[in-house]
Design a protein around this ligand. Sequence first.
Ligand SMILES: Nc1nc2c(ncn2[C@@H]2O[C@H](COP(=O)(O)OP(=O)(O)OP(=O)(O)O)[C@@H](O)[C@H]2O)c(=O)[nH]1
Ligand SMILES: [Mg+2]
Length: 554
Amino acid sequence: MPPNCLAISGTLTPFLYPFVFSATARRSSRFVFNSLQRRNETTNATTITATDDSSQPTYEEGSHLNPPPSDYSRTIFTDKATINAHAGSGGHGCISFLREKYIEAGPANGGDGGSGGNIYIQAVRGETSLHKLARRSILKAGRGKNGQGKTRGGERGDDIVIQVPVGTVVREIEREDPVFIEEQRMKLEAGKRDGEDPNGPWKWSRDKWLLYPAVTPEDIATAEFPTLPKPRRPALAVAQVKSPISLDLSVPMDRPILLAAGAVGGMGNPHFVTRTVPRPKFATKGSTGMRVMLQLELKLLADVGLVGLPNAGKSTLLRAMSKSRARVGDWAFTTLQPNIGTVVLDDHQGRPVARSTLETGEPRTNYTIADIPGLVQDAHLDRGLGISFLRHVERARVLAFVIDLNAGDAVQALRALWKEVGEYERMKIQEETELTEPLVEWSPFRCTEDALNNRQETIIVNTGPTFDSPLAPQVPSIAGKPWFVVATKADLPETRENFEKLQIYLDAVGKGECEHPSGQKNFWDQKVEAIPISAINGHGTNKITDWVVDLLDR
Ligand SMILES: Nc1nc2c(ncn2[C@@H]2O[C@H](COP(=O)(O)OP(=O)(O)OP(=O)(O)O)[C@@H](O)[C@H]2O)c(=O)[nH]1
Ligand SMILES: [Mg+2]
């Protein structure tokens, strides 16, 4: 069972509500209070300088939990990027003839062109942001080298491995496959000229054939070109990710996977030797490489996602629980990009502070927390920094709603946060539906008669799964995740009443007497806790770890 953090009169109360505690039960519990204070001072390197006037606490400047600006880490972070990946084009075939002593005009011996470089993708642990890819909009694999004399094939082009952070979602926006285009064109040409050689119009194509440098225009006019070989797909194409590409790279990959195989090289002149043309003075050019436009979206993977209003104390909490150097400040929108912190469970002393196991059965040594920019009310209407940052907590296994007890009604704040989370989910479902199937399918008229009979175009409106439809529960829901509330700044005076109200509300939600703040039906129906803490003093954070570990182990 998780620790019962509800008990206000429990061990947390003395240091979180010293002013209340001292007023009511100072004498009877003086020993407990003093010992807790001493313990917290020593173990947490407390930053508070207790003043006589407890209503006006002051905090030591320059410590880890109340840091100076020089202690902020500055990391570049980008979570979206659109890239154009160009697989390498093939090298040209070679036109060459054997020439040796006593063999003046030997047989054709031009090598084939090398194939182009491939484009791979790999999710790796070391990467944390897409900023490097966002800066380079085109990624080109190497072109295959041209074939050479003495039947020497050209070298392969250099491959490109796109390394992305774990948690990247890859979607194809556009694809230009020259082989496919060529096949289609050939089909069309074949259909148009009934009875004629389908490859006829391609025979003399300049962008397909390479001619021997010494060839004269007369030679070309009289030369007998063979039919152009059919467009060839590279053998590696079978290993390509199915089109349209849609990948969710949520685990580190040992090997990269193939997105686009490099194009095949051109054929050397020996391929075209016939009885009538023993010394062909032409070879084919290499094919153009495939081009894919990809949208990359990074959704951070953390065990716990912190959701809170601006200035609630999320970053301070992250600093208190991990070695993160997230920016902290007494104003809204201090955090402009997500931060991830790792909470080490053995406290670097070899003794586990909480016993926990991973799904694999191995002991859990740490868990991660994601801190995102604050959400304001109506953030879904693009107020504040919007709600797009919620994508970084969307995949968190547990949500922690950070509520500032000193900033108005905690219950209202919690409801406002859930509303934004709900709006985010609604938008996400809509986006996914639009991506998977087009909303409107337009079918053109096939002939004049058709157009006259049906004056309107055929429009099929897609009815995919929506937020409120019966299909909705199949979509993984944020409301279905385990969640709890971190009631922070509990060290400040006159916050106890607010905390109690929050607890009563959460109790009512747990018993089903009150509507779940998400307003959804498929919510997580376990008991929800409110854990009072003082992040700036590092008080109460161990309770969070116990609670999180318990939720992760379920
Ligand atoms: N008294 C008190 N102050 C706190 C506590 N936690 C944070 N603060 C202060 O609250 C202010 C805001 O803290 P931040 O951690 O930057 O808040 P945030 O939620 O990350 O804010 P944004 O990034 O702007 O959304 C800072 O001045 C902190 O020192 C706490 O437990 N007690
Ligand atoms: Mg912050």
